[in-house]
Design a protein around this ligand. Structure first.
Ligand code: NI
Length: 208
């Protein structure tokens, strides 16, 4: 069953979105397994790209990532990824000075989006659903998504990362700006994806 996403504009969900989530222990409990299945279904329904457990009102260090082909085509630094789960994930920058600003929207933030500065390259450590530990160096859009989602698990939103000097604004203004910065071919794809999203009643494009 697809779950409802909670937003920072709903006062009753401010605490779950702004409080660091709790570590998950192995072997996974039945409630955790059920949550993971429901998160996958929710993210499929939204057509990607990232979802943290506290965005569905569960304070647990679990996130799902799914980058569909269409979403990856809009960016030069993205490739598709199948649905996968990260449990108790952490990241650290490879070079703390190497940062890049890129457009980000968030399912849990309705009133604003913008160009969020993120580390270009990170080391990510996480457990998969079987309790296997993974350590990888990641870059590009995928590394951006991981940083956005782990921020969620640490109680941080894009509004905490968008400092005064960052490009930011209303959802409509930022979509228009984002579209204007794309090549004509990518603009056509952008319009097609937007139309699909509107039809499926899911707001925005490749949100996290
Ligand atoms: Ni988000």
């Amino acid at each position: 069953m697809a779950l409802d996403i909670v937003t920072i504009e709903q006062p009753q969900f401010k605490t779950v979105l702004t409080t660091p989530t709790k570590k998950v222990s192995f072997p996974l409990k039945e409630a955790d397994i059920n949550l993971i299945e429901a998160m996958k279904e929710t993210l499929f329904h939204l057509n990607g790209v990232g979802l943290a457990a506290n965005q569905v009102n569960e304070s647990k260090r679990i996130l799902a990532i799914y980058i569909p082909k269409e979403a990856s085509l809009l960016r030069d630094d993205a490739k598709p990824y199948p649905m996968h789960i990260m449990i108790n994930p952490t990241y650290s920058p490879i070079d703390a000075k190497a940062m890049e600003a890129g457009f980000e929207g968030c399912y849990s933030v309705s009133h604003t989006m913008g160009k969020v500065p993120r580390y270009k390259q990170i080391k990510v450590t996480f457990y998969d659903e079987e309790g296997q530990l993974h350590q990888r160096t990641e870059q590009g859009f995928y590394a951006r998504v991981i940083q956005h989602e782990i921020d969620h698990l640490n109680g941080l939103l894009i509004t905490d990362r968008l400092t005064k000097d960052c490009v930011q604004g209303s959802f409509e203004d930022m979509l228009a700006l984002r579209r204007a910065e794309l090549s004509p071919e990518k603009q056509a794809l952008f319009d097609k994806l937007r139309a699909q999203k509107e039809k499926s009643n899911a707001p925005g494009t490749e949100k996290k």
